[in-house]
Design a protein around this ligand. Structure first.
Ligand code: MN
Length: 131
């Protein structure tokens, strides 16, 4: 469900609403699977159906989606600093983000912000990681 919210949020940022066909394409799954998940999200009050347009997020849905997008960004910023190739970063972030708790994310957010303000620390960490 987190991946759905992430994609719906990004589609809405782009054109104001999200259509089932676009969500299915972005996630690489069938429209039937998307429709099923959206029913669940509707039951949980996360999405709103806009007639003739598509889906938008409820206030709660948007709150959850913002957290998910922010979590992705913090993890990506951390890994990007170490010069890891983009495809690996993407794959790792997509895996890590579903397992990380909010206290751990908070800790990493602090660490990322420290490292971004002290590039020489990043250099030292990179050298240590390279043995
Ligand atoms: Mn993600």
């Amino acid at each position: 469900m987190e991946d759905y919210l992430e994609q719906i949020f990004q589609l809405i940022q782009g054109k104001g609403y999200a259509r089932v066909v676009d969500i299915a394409e972005r996630l690489g799954i069938s429209q039937a699977s998307v429709t099923n998940m959206i029913k669940r999200m509707d039951t949980e009050g996360l999405v709103i159906h806009e007639k003739y347009r598509g889906l938008t997020l409820s206030e709660r849905g948007e709150e959850v989606a913002r957290y998910i997008v922010r979590r992705h960004e913090i993890l990506k910023r951390l890994l990007d600093m170490f010069g890891i190739d983009g495809e690996t970063v993407h794959r790792d972030v997509e895996g890590m983000e579903h397992h990380i708790s909010s206290p751990t994310l908070k800790a990493l957010d602090g660490l990322v912000r420290l490292l971004e303000s002290e590039p020489e620390l990043v250099e030292r960490a990179r050298r240590l990681s390279e043995g």
